[in-house]
Ligand binder design. Sequence first.
Ligand code: ARG
Length: 570
Amino acid sequence: MPSHHTPLHAAAAEVVAAYAGIPATELKVEATPRPELGDFAIGCFAIAKATQRNPAQVAQEIAAAFKPTALLDSATAAGPFVNFRANRAATFTWLVDAALRGTLLPRVGEGQTVCIDYSSPNVSKHLAYHHIRSTMIGHSLAQSHRALGFRVIGINHLGDWGTTHGMLIAAYKMWGAPEPLTVDALNDLYVRFREAMKTDASLEDTGRAWFKKLEDGDPEARSLWERFREISLAEYNAIYERLGIEFDEIRGESAYEADLPRVMKELTDRGLVVESEGALVVHLPDEKTPILLQKRDGATLYATRDVATAEYRWNTYHPARSLYVVDRGQALHFRQLFKLLAMMGYAWSSVCQHVPFGLVRIGGKKTGTRTGNVVLLKEVIGEAEARVRALIAETNPDLPADVLDRVAPMVGTGAVVFANLAPQREKDVDFEWEKVVAMQGDSGPYLQYSYARCASIARKANEPITSTSGIDFGKLAHDAEWAVARKLLEFPDVVVRSAEACEPHVIAHYLLDLAGEFSRWYTAGNGDASLRVLTEDAPTRRARLALVAAVQSTMREGLSLLGMAAPDQM
Ligand code: ARG
């Protein structure tokens, strides 16, 4: 059921609803493709059908009966559609006012909670580049939901339990402590152990034995495990800080260890568990592979811990949505998990949703720990920053050094974030350096530059716009200005759709469009002096500055929804 996210959409729906005697919420209000057609269109198909009449005729009757309102000037019939024309001055006033107050976005999530499981790396392993797409997508979803009024619980579900961690302790005991003890060093230890296991089968048992000790609370195993976990978290935190990410809950798989006997009992009591070659599994409807819950040696698994985790999240937060932002390679795991929860009688399993994403290729090669092409995020961001710094220094040689120092990290990080979010989530990302850091085209730096341009216009004008009072929006009479307003009017709906579909790319593309409309308007002033923002005529200048302010604050908000900073110069 569509809801109307600006008073203009609502006003248009109201007109048709009043005529047809139906609730306005049942009507879909669309933007017209071109302003010549009007600004909003409502189709009359459903109304016509209910009264067994011709939609074109219904549209004509509605248009004929239309009387102008505060926000709408006219209505015309175009085939089965009624096209409404907005009152431009009233629209500009609403837009600028809402943008300045930060109230453009509808609070559709008020009173609801969303759990978002994202990033969730495996302790003692690199937070490698492929892993980080979860971090960026998850962060953007958290930002958008939050901006729409949802209570968001961002969760880092650390992979900190399982036989892997026993192997790591075994390796450490065998080969001694690497100096310095970093995630890189731990990762190497683990890789070396797996290599050695190929020729010495007994090592597997050694690893398993250490994990058993860890499970049984052996002090030595426990303290090493804690140390590895701390070292890993400290490194991950440095990256999260760089990306502006704070989790609401950092709770790893180990936290659910104590719940596992209860989970296994619940499943057994319901008669769901069967034995298969010594292991315990549950067969699921329409799945070829059963879900594996306990290995032959009695060790529980990732899936079992995820059952306990899902229960915990439901019992603790009662989320309206519980999202798992995890690469598409785990699609089967989550399908199985959610089916199992449904079989356990949990009606809330329907709020759980896997949010899969495609992989990243750098230089045509897949990245990933298993492919041997490990690309670390900290290295990618470092390189982006260096490239961006050189580009800015070249295009803007007058920028003071201290400003460049402040801005280069924002733009370097922003470039990498944008490159991850701009393609559709399930598409693979082809990471090409030239495009990623380009100042033009579909890039993060281009968006941030558009923002910086708004900021620099405002700085130059030096007459801050803090409210709409005293501004004559009738002065904004050019089509290029109206085109900017029409774009701004889309923002609320864009953010709602992006959050609903868990697709940050919807916002990314919208911002490119907005930057494009703004640039068309702004550069038109180069050819036609009458269009210049900083024109001599004070009332016109103030009205234009107000529109720039609305674009600026919408860009800032949009960038922050993607997890990108807004540099005021670059
Ligand atoms: N640690 C896992 C991995 O790196 C991702 C965890 C995702 N979250 C979850 N609840 N299973 O593959």
